[in-house]
Design a protein around this ligand. Structure first.
Ligand code: AHG
Ligand code: MN
Ligand code: MN
Length: 341
């Protein structure tokens, strides 16, 4: 039995409802969206934990709009989030990493005003080897009230990430953890499977000013820009700005690498390279939600020169170079990039 009493802690629904009371600009419809996301997360968590037993591992044989092999759990998670958010009545349309086009929620009213972009399962290449994976999501208000025009319109998604009203991620690891922000700080919750509820365990999360790890795929080193190379070379040496070299930690699941960076400090980089000249990670449902979270926790996120949250996507599947983490380390990397194009 978990060693706490429910009277001594707060569940996610209690927390969300309390925030709604505390913050007049929070609304019951955003509360409904967040509760739908939390429920979808619990369903996906169960699917992830049972995948090996329910022959849900492996590929479907298809490739998605990203040109990547689709895992059965990618499809499962995409369908769960699409369905749960679609029936909330608060969401007008969604963008998923797994679907080429944006898609309308099946239950909308004239009052539905949110759009949600999500990566239903991040770190898919790690599913079959039992390494932590996750879900990433961002909620924005639809850009304009267009009563007559087709409710699902790309315009609603092509907004800078600073206009998100909520963002978060879940990490399906040694425990299932739900981390989110509605613009008033970041809070983390762990799923207690015995009661089926997320319980507040990491209130008011803050990222350390600096850290002892850097996280990147060193295999791409030779195709990075000179500035990025100089920063990463510097991570491996001690010098004026750091007493000892940083350690490399790279899981290959963005959510896992980011969550470690949030808790312990450090920097995560997925720069542009020869294979991905515009960067590999997707702006709308990987970079922008995590940038929202990290800035709310005192951190920094850029594409090397511009703040991620200030970038307006041109397409719902735009990619971006991504540098995120402790502010001191991200600033150091940006300086190297600026001085050594
Ligand atoms: P996804 O599984 O949603 O496609 O995301 C995979 C991403 C991200 O999770 C991770 O940081 C990155 O791909 C790893 O890329 P490399 O294998 O090229 O290092
Ligand atoms: Mn991803
Ligand atoms: Mn994915």
């Amino acid at each position: 039995m978990a060693n706490y009493t429910l009277s001594s802690t707060i569940t996610l629904p209690e927390f969300i409802r309390a925030q709604q009371v505390l913050h007049p600009n929070a609304s019951s419809d955003l509360t409904n969206v967040l509760l739908s996301i939390a429920l979808a997360t619990k369903v996906v968590a169960r699917g992830v934990n049972m995948a090996g037993l329910a022959s849900m591992l492996g590929m479907t044989g298809e490739t998605n709009v990203q040109g990547e092999a689709v895992q059965k759990l990618d499809v499962f998670a995409d369908q769960v989030f699409g369905a749960m958010l679609g029936k909330s009545g608060e969401v007008i349309s969604m963008v998923s990493e797994e679907r080429e086009q944006l898609f309308a929620a099946q239950n909308t009213t004239r009052e539905s005003k949110y759009v949600v972009a999500f990566d239903p399962l991040d770190g898919s290449s790690n599913i079959d080897v039992n390494v932590a994976i996750g879900t990433i999501w961002g909620v924005s208000r639809r850009e304009s009230r267009r009563a007559k025009v087709d409710p699902a319109h790309p315009r609603d998604f092509l907004q800078p990430g600073e206009r998100q009203v909520a963002a978060g991620y879940t990490i399906y690891g040694s425990s299932t953890m739900f981390v989110f922000s509605t613009g008033d700080g970041v809070n983390g919750f762990i799923l207690d499977p015995e009661i089926g509820e997320f319980v507040l365990t990491h209130p008011k999360m803050r990222i350390p000013e600096s850290g002892a790890t850097y996280s990147c795929n060193e295999g791409n080193y030779h195709s990075w820009s000179n500035g990025v190379k100089r920063f990463v070379d510097g991570c491996k040496q001690n010098g004026a700005s750091r007493p000892k070299p940083l350690s490399l930690r790279y899981v290959g699941s963005l959510v896992a690498d980011f969550h470690r960076t949030m808790l312990k400090g450090g920097i995560f980089l997925y720069p542009a390279d020869k294979r991905n000249p515009g960067g590999k990670l997707r702006l709308l449902y990987e970079c922008a939600p995590l940038a929202f979270i990290v800035e709310q926790a005192g951190g920094r996120a850029s594409d090397g020169t511009s703040r991620i949250l200030g970038i307006t996507p041109k397409d719902i599947h735009d990619r971006s170079p991504f540098i995120i983490g402790s502010p001191r380390l991200v600033e150091e990397c940006e300086r190297e990039v600026a001085e050594h194009q």
